[in-house]
Design a protein around this ligand. Structure first.
Ligand code: PLP
Length: 389
């Protein structure tokens, strides 16, 4: 092999030979695998979505490169529409090519705007593979790199703390310490993605939100997995109506995986800082026209009746399936089309053998079926998994 496989020992890597894709299947010779994890949680709209492909092709014919200094209608329209999807609509858009770059830029801005260095984050988290994003990541992927831990402090986990008792204790101690003066931001996945679909309680999130407000600490929400309806509404944080994030970081689903693309919505209050201060952030392919075209297409597609109906029907199917698995004794967590099933008695290779492309983290199956997956295919996929259970 002339290429690396990511996050694995190369001689242990599990891989599939890919000839081509159908709408929701990877195909190799006469074998096919149903895409039940949306690859790595990004192909919300399937692998061959004609509407998105057409939008990208049309933009490619118009122009497919632009300078960060160029203004063009597409850039303005997508920014306006993304901002319109937020409850407060008080944001300004910054563009990237990935989730990690989004987190990097949010961290850089938060540190610059506040003049403080530290970030509070969870241990059970993943925020991206670049040095800054990985430094606040708490999961195993941070460990081999010895990243600057002195910039990160760990919040107690929300799992098992629905009344936010551990959190309140921790924050009260923090408030009385000197460390509070150097905390720029709290950075959280709104709902934990690949690390187990843990869903913070309203009380836990409210405690975070109040603490941020009372102590001039900015709130960065990592919506890389949640955004674009993965958990139901467009943003995951819409499940917590009181939340007013200063930074909303998106990638994955906002381009459906068709083009590497990401965005950070920065609150107007924070964005204002850069009216008179240099924005020391940027990248060559900033606001790439093809990424914008894909996002424009998904923003349109997600308002259309057939999409909404299919998404809601799949969410109902997953609710029923989750209830069924609970009766069989499995612990499940579900929000929208993002689901975890704990302690599954099979491995990824068993799933692959059964024709399912999925994700398993430390014995927990993570389900993130495409939002446009036809009901029959979803039900067949769930049946296949049930056979393995
Ligand atoms: C919650 C979360 N944040 C950030 C990232 C990083 O995104 P990317 O791989 O596009 O850099 C990921 C990737 O899996 C993620 O799951």
């Amino acid at each position: 092999m002339n290429t690396f496989f990511t996050w694995t020992k190369q001689d242990k890597a599990l891989s599939l030979d890919l000839d081509h894709c159908e709408d929701h299947y990877f195909v190799s010779g006469d074998q096919r695998w149903l895409n039940l994890s949306s690859i790595s949680y990004q192909t919300h709209f399937g692998l061959k979505n004609k509407f998105i492909l057409k939008a990208i092709k049309e933009q490619m014919n118009a122009f497919s490169m632009a300078s960060p200094k160029h203004n063009f209608k597409l850039k303005e329209a997508v920014s306006e529409e993304l901002i319109k999807r937020t409850p407060s609509q008080q944001y300004k858009a910054f563009y990237t090519l990935s989730g990690a770059e989004g987190i990097e830029n949010a961290l850089k801005m938060a540190r610059q705007i506040t003049g403080k260095k530290k970030i509070l984050a969870l241990k059970n988290s993943y925020h991206g593979a670049t040095m800054g994003a990985l430094s606040i990541t708490g999961d195993w992927r941070n460990d081999p790199h010895l990243l600057p831990r002195q910039w990160t402090m760990r919040l107690p986990e929300h799992h098992g703390d629905p009344e936010a008792i551990k959190l309140q204790k921790y924050l009260a101690k923090l408030k009385d310490s000197k460390a509070i003066n150097d905390i720029a931001a709290i950075c959280l996945e709104t709902i934990t993605g690949g690390n187990g679909v843990f869903i913070p309680s309203q009380k836990w999130m409210k405690t975070i939100s109040t603490f941020c407000r009372q102590n001039n600490i900015l709130l960065i929400l990592d919506e890389v997995v949640c955004a674009a309806h993965r958990t139901g509404p467009f943003f995951g944080f819409e499940h917590y109506p009181f939340l007013k994030p200063d930074f909303i970081v998106m990638a994955k689903g906002i381009s459906g995986g068709y083009i590497p693309f990401g965005a950070v919505l920065v609150s107007k209050k924070c964005a204002k800082y850069y009216d008179k201060n240099v924005l020391a952030c940027g990248l060559t392919n900033y606001a790439h026209p093809l990424g914008l075209a894909a996002t424009k297409a998904i923003l349109e597609l997600t308002t259309q009746e057939p999409f909404i109906k299919k998404k809601e029907s799949n969410e109902e199917t997953l609710v029923k399936w989750s209830q069924k698995l609970s009766l069989l004794g499995y612990t499940t967590r579900l929000k929208g089309s993002l689901m975890a099933v704990e302690n599954v008695p099979f491995e990824l290779k068993d799933l692959f053998q059964k024709g399912v492309f999925g994700a398993i983290q430390k014995g927990t199956l993570i389900m993130a079926p495409p939002l446009t997956l036809p009901k029959k295919h979803l039900e067949n996929g769930l049946l296949t998994i049930e056979e393995l259970l």
